[in-house]
Design a protein around this ligand. Structure first.
Ligand code: FRU
Length: 467
């Protein structure tokens, strides 16, 4: 079957494959893994089922890049072929150390209903030859169920420390901290699962994919909390991706100094990983999917599903996280070719499926729609700073349809919207918030309309010769 073959629910001569986002060549992609800068390039491994679009048979695949814009898929495949990972090479992190790259991952092993987890190490000195050194320890950690995974390893005083997603025997999720001793064994330091003031039913049953960001003295623990009692009516509740501000002591003890803050206010965003690039910027990439996603239409028509977000540049400003699009990505887009530097009330213009629309100096309420002849993606904002994304017409059965975000400043001043065939990323107020989601239009986007008052409108189209 060709990639663009026609079927009942996919009518146009148009593919849902992204043009400037990472997607699998075939099969299912989920979490980014082992994100590293090593040997003058970016290494981005990912969870991959190369034999189908179900959440089974998890391998690691690999993409590399020298600029975070152009990516090449590499032949590398880490396959679940050992006794300690026979049911999946699950997620983990990368660490540039000892002249090479170390990859820490979880070997998932099932015995009927029972699950065992092994934290494993793969090393490479040149990115060509890889050595699987197997589990770092083999005994299962007593304090936890079999749900122990997604090692994030980093250095503290020349000693490795690991953060692990771990579910305790009361079925509460949290982060386990382990330190490697001078003898090379691993010691459990603690399990941190009860942020200040959370009630028992708010704790969540799992905190998947911990990651660690640091901005000067501010340390941030990123994790994907599943099953908290979330009061946001537009949140799916089940699978969230967010962070806590924390303080750590020398023994790795974690003190939470903020509530759980969402990293993304859209529909599908999960399991992000970060690196610090050679310029010192913190770059974050997430999976544009969720663990319990309904089957996506690209499975039936194009035999792939799941993709990653664009790289986001993270900064800590005035006590809050900002996430902005990577500046280098704009080189792949045309110069702004519709610019209205005047106050306007209505703008209507031709658009494409791989576009960037920016609205600056917005005043009051307004609406942006991106549409094909029959369907639209509708973004509205009101005088009180509430933005709403309604993707109803671009969705298929089972997907959540509406999300909202209320700006901290009480107004929406800027919107930056990226569309890439079957996804959108909406950056609000210069990186104050991001709303991310998948869309499955039946035909290509051709047109966009803005209603409202803005100081400036810029539209750019992807220059496919640059990507
Ligand atoms: C998150 C996750 C991880 C696990 C991986 C398996 O999406 O469930 O916790 O390691 O996916 O693919």
């Amino acid at each position: 079957m060709s990639i663009n073959s026609e079927s009942d629910n996919h009518k146009g001569p148009f593919s849902w494959r992204p043009s400037y986002h990472i997607a699998p060549p075939y099969g299912l992609m989920n979490d980014p893994n082992g994100f590293s800068y090593f040997n003058h390039q970016y290494w981005l491994f990912f969870q991959w089922n190369p034999s189908g679009c179900e959440h089974v048979n998890k391998h690691w695949g690999l993409m590399t890049s020298t600029d975070l814009v152009h990516w090449q898929q590499q032949p590398f495949k880490m396959a679940p072929t050992h006794w300690f990972d026979k049911d999946g090479c699950y997620s983990g992190s990368g660490l540039v150390e000892k002249g090479g790259l170390s990859l820490f991952y979880t070997g998932n092993v099932r015995h009927g209903e029972l699950r065992e987890s092994y934290q494993c190490l793969v090393t490479t000195e040149d990115g060509q030859q890889y050595l699987n050194q197997g589990p770092l320890w083999t005994k299962q950690l007593e304090d936890f169920t079999g749900h122990v995974r997604d090692p994030k390893v980093f250095y503290v005083n020349q000693q490795r420390r690991m953060w692990l997603a771990a579910q305790n025997r009361d079925l509460k999720g949290g982060v386990a901290v382990l330190d490697e001793t001078a003898e090379g064994t691993w010691q459990l330091r603690g399990h941190y699962f009860n942020p200040i003031g959370w009630a028992n039913d708010q704790l969540g049953y799992m905190w998947e994919c911990p990651d660690r960001l640091q901005f000067g003295d501010q340390v941030v623990l990123v994790c994907c909390v599943q099953g908290i009692n979330c009061s946001d009516p537009y949140s799916s509740n089940e699978n969230l991706s967010g962070f806590f501000q924390i303080e750590e002591d020398a023994d790795g003890e974690i003190r939470f100094t903020s509530d759980y803050l969402l990293l993304d206010h859209g529909f599908e965003f999960y399991a992000p990983q970060s690196i610090v690039d050679p310029q010192g910027q913190t770059i974050l990439i997430g999976w544009m999917g969720l663990p319990d996603d309904p089957e996506q239409p690209s499975v039936a028509n194009e035999q792939w599903c799941g993709q990653l977000t664009m790289p986001r540049v993270c900064q800590w400003e005035n006590g809050a996280l900002r996430q902005r699009p990577l500046a280098e990505l704009f080189a792949a887009f045309s110069e702004p070719n519709t610019v209205l530097p005047i106050t306007f009330k209505m703008a209507s213009f031709e658009c494409t499926n791989t576009c960037y629309i920016e609205l600056d100096n917005l005043k009051g309420a307004g609406q942006l729609t991106v549409d094909n002849p029959k369907e639209s993606l509708v973004i509205t904002w009101d005088e009180n700073g509430e933005a709403t994304v309604d993707r109803t017409e671009f969705c298929t059965v089972g997907m959540d349809l509406i999300r909202q975000y209320k700006s901290r400043d009480g107004c929406i001043k800027q919107l930056q919207l990226f569309i890439d065939n079957s996804s959108f990323e909406l950056f609000i107020n210069d990186g104050e918030a991001v709303m991310t989601g998948r869309i499955f239009p039946n035909t290509s986007v051709t047109h966009a309309t803005v209603l409202g008052v803005a100081g400036e409108l810029k539209v750019r189209f992807l220059d496919t010769s640059c990507i």
